[in-house]
Design a binder for this molecule. Structure first.
Ligand SMILES: NC(=O)c1ccc[n+]([C@@H]2O[C@H](COP(=O)([O-])OP(=O)(O)OC[C@H]3O[C@@H](n4cnc5c(N)ncnc54)[C@H](OP(=O)(O)O)[C@@H]3O)[C@@H](O)[C@H]2O)c1
Length: 431
């Protein structure tokens, strides 16, 4: 059988890693396929791999239009612009596409999958979620015959690195972020990562596959880690929890709920000990139960490995539909009514005066919220002291009403902070 002819658009971190894999005699890639063309902006730039043997295109869409290229690998990035133009060009003429671009897939996945189906091409994106961890395949293949109830993951290595460092070194969010930027773990503009948007792109993709719905980025509720303080990390630790940015999608009676937000995890939760820049996903499905996938969520080698895995699927003719099923069989994502219930962590910064605790308890009781644990500790410098508590299971709406009433108390000196407690492993069950 003739080899697949591959064009690689984008020769940065991931593209360079892929070309290194092609050059590695121990990889099976070169048995099945060959790179015939590449595209990047700057032809004169020194690269980790020699690209002089390949046809060069400054315009990735022009490369994608070449009739002798069977697969276009898009490793440029960005939801629109040259990445989208190249992918559309390839799919329209029936060339397969492999991409690592979560922004593109989460934003335009439906229209791109439609182009692929119309021309008979495949659109694959294992590398877009979880770097080297096979999360897309796990959902498309391993649990394809099961009923997925929930997925919950640590999908952003930058946030996980920052929270892990804050906990282990006792340094503030701002300090650790500056270091992460110096070390290349965080971008100069960290908003996409620390604001939760990168994880939201990935969650939208995973939920589409897990629950058989169209990707629905607009309905992921997103909260970043910017408000997590050292005080939260220390006091949550004393209560038996660790704080992580959790991307969670669950199929509930009311529809699919998708959240990216900081959450408290009991120390024995499967995601609680995923440290540093690792990524992990817990899938809960019937009848298999709970599966956990862990590995390196970014970087040249892990991400290129996932791209290579998609390429091998194409070469060996086992690639499936973009979201696991034909588009016509994907449901519109049913949106959950805001009926969230759970346990919550509440932090109030208050003036150190008598009667505060009673005032807070009274407002919680008024909403029929029971307190599970309570801490007031002088861990904070300055005029205010933190009071933190966790609730027993209650309605989120009731927590919001109580918090609003507590915030109105004169003694409360800054906006309260609320985080959910992630369900424990045993409670993590399909509906
Ligand atoms: N880095 C990771 O660990 C990682 C992990 C998972 C997913 N991803 C995803 O993989 C994709 C690539 O990421 P990366 O980190 O490899 O990016 P990168 O290092 O910034 O590389 C981007 C590449 O795209 C090329 N490029 C940019 N604009 C272009 C244009 N208009 N025309 C042609 N080429 C253009 C650049 O060309 P020049 O080299 O000439 O500037 C560069 O080679 C993104 O979608 C990202 O989200 C990355």
């Amino acid at each position: 059988m003739s080899k697949l002819r591959v064009g690689v658009a984008g020769l940065g971190t991931v593209g360079g890693g892929l070309l290194k894999l092609f050059a590695d005699e121990r990889s099976r890639l070169h048995e099945k396929m060959e790179v015939v063309a590449v595209s990047a902006r700057d032809r004169g730039r020194s690269r980790v791999a020699d690209v002089s043997a390949y046809r060069w295109f400054a315009d990735p869409a022009e490369m994608a239009a070449q009739a002798d290229i069977d697969v276009v690998v898009e490793l440029i990035g960005g939801a629109d612009g040259p990445a989208k133009a190249a992918v559309e060009t390839a799919l329209r003429r029936g060339a397969h596409v492999v991409t690592a671009n979560k922004a593109l897939v989460a934003t335009h996945g439906v229209e791109l999958a439609a182009l692929a189906e119309a021309s008979g091409a495949k659109l694959l994106f294992e590398a877009a979620v979880g770097g080297g961890v096979p999360m897309v395949k796990a959902l498309k293949e391993s649990v394809a015959g099961c009923r997925a109830g929930a997925v919950a993951g640590i999908l952003n290595g930058t946030c996980n690195f920052i929270l892990t460092e804050m906990e282990s070194t006792g340094r503030s969010f701002d300090d650790v972020l500056k270091d992460a930027q110096k070390m290349g773990y965080a971008e100069a503009d960290p908003t996409t990562d620390v604001g939760g948007f990168d994880a939201a792109h990935k969650l939208a993709i995973l939920c589409a596959i897990a629950f058989g719905t169209r990707p629905d980025l607009a309905h992921v509720r997103i909260e970043g880690i910017e408000r997590v303080t050292l005080t939260d990390i220390r006091l949550a630790g004393k209560l038996g929890f660790r704080i992580k940015l959790i991307a969670r999608g669950a199929s509930t009676d009311g529809g699919v709920e998708m959240h990216v937000r900081p959450a408290l995890l009991a120390f024995d939760h499967p995601l609680a000990n995923i440290g540093g820049s690792l990524n992990a996903l817990v899938v809960d499905a019937e009848p298999v139960g709970q599966l956990t996938f862990i590995g390196r969520g970014a970087g040249e080698g892990p991400t290129a490995s996932s791209v290579a895995s998609d390429l091998m699927d194409l070469a060996e003719d086992r690639a499936s539909f973009a979201f696991g099923k034909p588009l016509a069989r994907l449901a519109d994502a049913p949106r959950a009514a805001p009926t969230e219930r759970g346990r919550y962590y509440l932090r109030f910064m208050v003036g150190d005066r008598p009667g505060v605790v009673a005032a807070i308890s009274e407002r919680l009781a008024h909403e029929e919220i029971s307190i599970e644990s309570f801490l007031q500790m002088p861990v904070h410098e300055g005029p205010a002291v933190p009071i933190v508590l966790t609730t027993q299971t209650c309605a989120r709406a009731a927590v919001e009403r109580a918090v609003k009433a507590i915030e109105a108390l004169e003694v409360v000196v800054e906006p309260p902070y609320v985080m959910p407690v992630e369900p424990s492993a045993r409670a993590f069950r399909p509906s």
